[in-house]
Design a protein around this ligand. Structure first.
Ligand code: GRG
Length: 284
């Protein structure tokens, strides 16, 4: 559990109500396996870090959590797709995720690929369904999310990761910013859009989330290097390039930058600060 003060129960209920509702799951028997595959990965013990970020950002603007649940569900749908596809034989070819068999090991490659695809379209369907009362907001969210996950965002990061082996710190930072950072940015900035934040506030959220995205991946790299003791030399892991000590210093610097950016919100970003702290010390 990350932080007891960021309650996820309401979000989890929303996610279940959406993805396990009879309306969604019982359209026809032949689609049953697709829904099983989607639900298998969506409810397999993820930390829900991005939904927590969205909920913590809502606190800054006094937004009801309920207004953010659909957007957070959309983000978690994209996150789940990215992990399913990242594990595929043509990508990382992983057998396990979160201590369980990967999606394609259980449902085969074809269904896993399609489950990932289905999550992308559902992510945008959720935004259209829940934010179309104000088309201005809905369209802005669609634009933000598409930019963050597409060929200028997460997918670009994945391409760079696949094609650049034994790279230096600059390229690796770029990979992290795109592959991990952009979805984290969407989790935070999107809530600013829902709240009607000012241009200046959106800029602070954007700078904050980019730094947090890097900090998140640095913490991940530290965690991976501890787990596997020797990270594969061709892996996009900053430890291989800078060494553990420097990466720990960098993580602290990025986290401090996050704290100082959040001070712009005059004490209204308590939960975001907790998430920065959690990331700084996390063991998972
Ligand atoms: C089009 C094939 C294709 C791929 C899409 C796969 C992909 C693009 C991008 C990869 C995105 C990716 C796997 C980024 C790594 C980010 C990261 C650190 C993921 C782990 O996040 P956590 O720790 O996971 O939040 P949990 O398990 O807690 O949900």
């Amino acid at each position: 559990m990350i932080e007891a003060s960021i309650k996820l129960n309401g979000f989890e209920s929303f996610l279940k109500q959406y993805y396990q509702s009879p309306e969604f799951t019982s359209q026809s028997d032949d689609k049953k396996i697709l829904f099983e595959s989607m639900n298998y990965s969506l409810f397999s013990g993820g930390k829900r870090f991005r939904p927590m970020l969205s909920l913590a950002t809502a606190e800054i603007f006094n937004l009801y959590a309920q207004r953010v649940y659909p957007y957070a569900a959309s983000i978690e749908s994209i996150h789940t797709y990215s992990l399913i596809h990242d594990d595929l034989p043509c990508m990382d070819n992983d057998d396990y995720r979160r201590g369980k068999a990967t999606n394609h090991k259980v449902f085969d490659e074809d269904i896993a690929l399609l489950a990932g695809d289905a999550f992308i379209s559902e992510a945008f369907a959720i935004i259209a369904k829940y934010y179309s009362h104000n088309s201005h907001i809905g369209l802005k969210l669609v634009k933000l999310l598409a930019k963050c996950i597409g060929p200028e965002g997460m997918v670009a990061g994945q391409v760079l990761d696949l094609r650049s082996k034994n790279t230096g710190a600059d390229t690796m930072t770029k990979i992290h910013l795109l592959k991990t950072g952009k979805l984290i940015k969407a989790s935070v900035v999107g809530v600013g859009i829902i709240a009607g934040a000012s241009v200046e506030q959106i800029k602070v959220l954007s700078d904050f989330s980019e730094n947090l995205g890097l900090a998140f991946q640095l913490a991940d790299d530290i965690h991976d290097s501890m787990e596997s003791e020797s990270c594969a030399m061709n892996e996009a892991n900053m430890i291989n390039v800078l060494g553990l000590k420097k990466v720990e210093i960098l993580l602290k610097e990025k986290s401090d930058l996050c704290f100082s950016l959040l001070s712009e919100f005059n004490g209204r970003a308590t939960n975001l600060k907790k998430l920065v702290k959690y990331n700084l010390n996390r063991k998972i």
